[in-house]
Design a protein around this ligand. Structure first.
Ligand code: C2E
Ligand code: MG
Ligand code: MG
Ligand code: MG
Length: 288
């Protein structure tokens, strides 16, 4: 009966749900072997300093190319990895691979690696970071670890202790996706973040919403008074750069400067950026 299977019918939704459950089972099964099968890779996206329009460093973002299903976005497979206990090995792989790549870049460039809250709870992350730095030879000062606010949802002593120990290694800590998650500011006092990344949601609304602009202005002011560097995520339009610079934001990241790229492309990207300073928005004078 066609009607019983039509979109909106109960059977339609049950079928869709069944497909999603099946896809998830497949993902979970195949993710276990993804590292060994060489299906994982890293893409790197630059961060740009607004006072000089120079590249300050790159964030490493995990990519999974499934042999049958193609590219699976990290927004889909990271939560699965967190649920089924695979995030520690995925995270360890990403950390080592990213550090290894970064040692081939000019020494002034930083590397940012995302950490899952689960890694801070379940892993001796301090030992892993130390090992990754030692085996790659990357200086601790060049490494920044990005974590989201969700790390503080359950107040956890292990988490805060590990963050402090990481900080003591000389590694910098960034608060990722700021403003979207857990809405308490108390943890900004409990832990000394070095960097605050303003979530893409605010940047997206920046040119059309006075409220979004007011929020960005106040996030920047808050960060400045706590001596944190601010990075605006998801910058796609030149006009957003002008507003962000006007509000005192330090750095930008987003498709305007570059999409995440494979490690092999970084050298050419940097040369091109240095020689042509591409995409300086009209009317924007860095450092003025
Ligand atoms: P994130 O750490 O906030 O990374 C930024 C995400 O925004 C990336 O998505 C990036 O490709 C995307 N992005 C950057 N600029 C723009 C822009 O101008 N417009 C739009 N629309 N998007 C932009 P991606 O690579 O899909 O990663 C999604 C999330 O997955 C990351 O968000 C991070 O939370 C997580 N993730 C990625 N790699 C790792 C990893 O190695 N470990 C962990 N634990 N999480 C990771
Ligand atoms: Mg991040
Ligand atoms: Mg983010
Ligand atoms: Mg995000």
């Amino acid at each position: 009966d066609a009607k019983a299977n039509a979109p909106g019918s109960a059977r339609f939704y049950v079928q869709r749900l069944g497909e999603q459950v099946r896809r998830r089972q497949i993902m979970e099964r195949d993710l276990r072997d993804a590292i060994d099968q060489g299906q994982l890779s890293l893409a790197f996206q630059p961060k740009i300093d607004l006072s000089s329009w120079r590249v300050t460093g790159f964030e490493a973002l995990m990519r999974w190319r499934h042999p049958e299903h193609g590219n699976i976005p990290p927004g889909e497979f990271i939560p699965i990895a967190e649920d089924c206990g695979l995030i520690p090995s995925l995270g360890e792989w990403a950390l080592n691979e990213a550090c290894r790549c970064a040692t081939r870049w000019p020494a002034e460039l930083t590397l940012a690696v995302n950490l899952s809250p689960v890694q801070l709870m379940a892993q001796n992350i301090v030992g892993l970071v130390q090992a990754a730095l030692t085996s790659s030879g990357l200086q601790a000062q060049r490494l920044e670890l990005e974590i989201t606010e969700s790390v503080f949802i359950q107040e956890n002593r292990t988490t805060v202790r590990q963050l402090r120990a990481l900080h003591d290694l000389g590694v910098r800590i960034a608060l990722d996706d700021f403003g979207t998650g857990y809405s308490s500011l108390a943890y900004l006092r409990r832990f000394p973040f070095d960097t605050l990344k303003i979530d893409r949601a605010f940047v997206r609304e920046l040119l059309v919403s006075r409220d979004a602009r007011a929020i960005v202005r106040n996030i920047v002011a808050l960060a400045k008074s706590l001596r944190m560097t601010t990075v605006a995520e998801g910058v796609e339009e030149p006009a957003q750069v002008l507003v962000l610079d006007g509000e005192g934001c330090d750095q930008i990241q987003g498709f305007l400067a570059a999409r995440p790229m494979p490690a092999e492309d970084i050298r050419a990207f940097l040369r091109n950026w240095r020689e042509q300073r591409p995409d300086v928005p009209t009317g924007f004078q860095p450092g003025v």
